[in-house]
Design a protein around this ligand. Sequence first.
Ligand code: BES
Ligand code: MN
Ligand code: ZN
Length: 499
Amino acid sequence: MKIRFVEPGEPTSGTVVAGVWEGKEPTAAARALDEASAGAISRALALPSRFKGKKDEFLPIFGPPDLKAGRILLAGLGTKGAIEARVLRDLGGNLVAELNRAGEKEARFLLGFGEGLPIGEAEAAAELAYGAELRSYRFAKYRTREKPEKKPTLEELKVETAAAAAARRLHQPFAKRAEAVFFARDLISEPGNVIYPESLAREAEKLKDLGVSVDILDESALRRLGMGALLAVGQGSARPPYLVAMEWRGAAAEEAPLAFIGKGVTFDTGGISIKPSAGMEDMKWDMAGAAVTIGLLRLFAARRAKVNAVGVAGLVENMPSGQAQRPGDIVRSFSGQTIEVINTDAEGRLVLADALSYCQDRFKPRLMIDLATLTGAVVVALGHDRAGLFSNDDELASRLLAAGKAVGEEVWRLPLGESYDREIDSEAADVKNIAGGRDAGSIIGAQFLQRFVAGVPWAHLDIAGVAWSKKDAATVPRGATAFGLRLLDRFVAENYEKN
Ligand code: BES
Ligand code: MN
Ligand code: ZN
């Protein structure tokens, strides 16, 4: 789908989309269109209808008289004056879905609201286009016999605004964001036979073309460094583990970097503590944290972010085999702490333990944020609308909460505390990877990670419930979401790039 910003002019084909405020009040552009179409809009609005002009409502008008365009689509805008960036993004996304449902090929959205738009028209145009773009994502490369009626029809969306040139300029960074989101969604969607530790490391390596330094540590390097926890997870697989360290330097050399760490379990069978087979295919996206981390560094480079950032991704496949680690094994982590592995399915924390302490040791970051599909328990607690947030730093936590709200990737803070921490003391080693029972599973997971954070502001995002979606949302079609990418990009732009 192509998106273009155009100056006001006569629509000659496709669908013309005009806005209507809640209470059936047409925008200026809709009133002008009403005149040009012999009153088709006012007539439609006068008829009994469920359409009231609320958000996410649409009303199609076919064959409007006096108009070359084939149809008019009225789009509900919600309360007049309350249409901020997020609402416009959602509108763009919902509009794409609506036009594809209708089978339309091209459309023109009229942004000349006249009044009631609290942000600039160029900014509004860019946001609407961004939402439309995000919704148009598809992962269909393996559908070789797809029926034509399943394919999206919309080829071009024009956003009509008197500020077209400015909109085009403002849209540039958004287009880069959408690109990075698509890149991460593609990686997450790929099955485990295509994306495994080595192939994912190769994908990260491609960031070199954008000016990111990429260091790929193979199994022997990991062994030399003493990453016994990460290695233990990988040892059951025929596919060797890797750790990828990416660096983007967009600020002064002496500025300590922000660090992002991703769980990259390219497939999680559970290992010897094997998972039930029903639904196990979902575990191909147990590398979503790593994909988002790689996508984020790619985005920083693509938009030349004025910040120093590092991304570390621990890449392993968790398999049962004669070489796999056993429940009860004790391993030595990079930090020197020994870990008793009670359950081989609590593997993400083992991978992150080494990735976190290695990151801190090597890069001396000013803060660390990890992303991980860590626990099923976070899905029980928060469902699919919010990720779990854990942090040892209140300011960091509130910045993440705010960034999540702004981009529509919301997080909810859960506690850490000493009494939880005691639950993972081990009789045989320094720490064990699960507690005695199933209580507070997500907190226990976070508590384990915290043992590998040494006095640096840190946050952990448990994205197990949000990395993949079973239903379409305004700007996120069902499937891989790349949750966290837009959030962290916003978090960085808002707090660390303004001098
Ligand atoms: N990758 C899973 C967590 C997960 C579950 C992600 C569902 C997405 C959807 C993780 O490695 C895992 O298996 N966690 C265990 C931990 C338990 C053994 C303490 C879990 O949540 O059951
Ligand atoms: Mn697991
Ligand atoms: Zn896992």
